[in-house]
Design a protein around this ligand. Structure first.
Ligand code: PAZ
Length: 313
């Protein structure tokens, strides 16, 4: 029989991930520093969560998300003056380094081997112009201490971190924002139902029973960070479902905004769904070249709404 997990049961019955306390402490210190300087802080969640099928994990379920939306958005939030807590799936796309990772533009293709007797590796001249502003923004974010990274892998780690990070951000009040772009599994296998060791095949079929992951957005909005500006994402593949599902999410959890996107068109089209408004953001799609990344427009629109909401008290 599968259980319907409440958020409370989930957090009391499951064991905390090992690095939770350490990450939480880093977030508290970061928030205290940024808060003391009056800076707005955004939590950007990014990438997909895994669902392990064994305690000694050999196999797991995963999803498509590479974390591009989150990593790109984090860069634009930094540019807009926010401090960013980037909570992302380990080894998924990362702000700034994403431009040269995951083989789209491999780093080694930029580098020239030193001439004989030289000890310096150079960036080939054709790439300097493209690399410099990204390198500059990366070092700037690090030097100013504006970017904190928090990694997760499993859906259980994600949910524990989300709670602790949100609670740690509560003192920011309206200056805190949650931008929940991670693709979080809707189903999982609770630890007490996991096989200890690698599941053996023995030429037999495998039946999995997955339990629904508790919906925790309501707890975030009502108790973990009640004054924060909260933006969630809704991904669908059927365009007829997109707006009704986004509206239902707003009604159920009472947060500020849902960003709806379709899997196939997510890089060119999104919709901002608010209680009384839908605003589409559209860019030209291939074969036309989009003039810039859609995350630039998304972040500009969200930052403006966040500021208006801060000013409305
Ligand atoms: O990671 P990515 O850039 O490939 O995709 C981004 C996204 C589609 C995962 C994100 O925009 C999103 O919709 N996240 C929420 C997914 C959901 O739980 O409905």
């Amino acid at each position: 029989m599968s259980r319907a997990w409440t958020a409370e049961a989930f957090y009391t019955q499951l064991e905390e991930p090992p690095a939770l306390a350490e990450h939480t402490q880093h977030v508290r210190e970061f928030v205290a520093r940024q808060g003391a300087e009056g800076r707005k802080v955004v939590l950007v969640t990014s990438g997909g969560t895994t669902v392990p099928l064994e305690k000694n994990v050999v196999r797991f379920l995963d999803n498509f998300s590479a974390g591009t939306r989150g990593a790109a958005s984090a860069e634009y939030f930094l540019e807009a003056g926010y401090a960013v807590i980037f909570m992302s799936r380990q080894f998924s796309q990362f702000p700034f380094t994403r431009w040269y990772s995951h083989t789209t533009n491999p780093l080694f293709d930029l580098l020239e081997e030193p001439a004989e007797g030289e000890e310096r590796v150079r960036v080939s001249q054709d790439h300097v112009k493209g690399l410099l502003p990204i390198l500059h923004s990366y070092h700037e974010a690090k030097r100013r201490g504006r970017l904190l990274t928090v990694p997760f892998v499993t859906v259980i780690e994600y949910l524990f971190l989300l709670k602790n990070v949100s609670e740690a951000m509560a003192p920011l009040g309206r200056h805190g924002m949650h931008y929940l772009a991670a693709a979080v599994s809707d189903f999982f296998v609770p630890t007490d139902k996991l096989s200890e060791h690698k599941i053996q095949s023995d030429n037999q079929s495998l039946t999995l029973q997955l339990e629904p992951v508790p919906k925790v957005l309501g707890a975030l909005v009502d108790s973990w960070a009640p004054d924060a500006y909260v933006v969630s994402f809704k991904l669908e593949t059927d365009d007829k479902m997109l707006i009704p599902k986004a509206e239902r999410s707003l009604r159920n959890y009472g947060h500020h905004l849902v960003i709806g996107n379709l899997l196939q068109r997510r890089k060119y089209e999104i919709v901002l769904v608010e209680p009384h408004d839908h605003t589409w953001i559209r860019l030209p799609s291939p074969p036309a070249a989009p003039p810039h990344e859609i995350e630039r427009d998304i972040v500009a629109a969200i930052a403006e709404r966040h500021q208006a909401w801060i000013a409305s008290v």
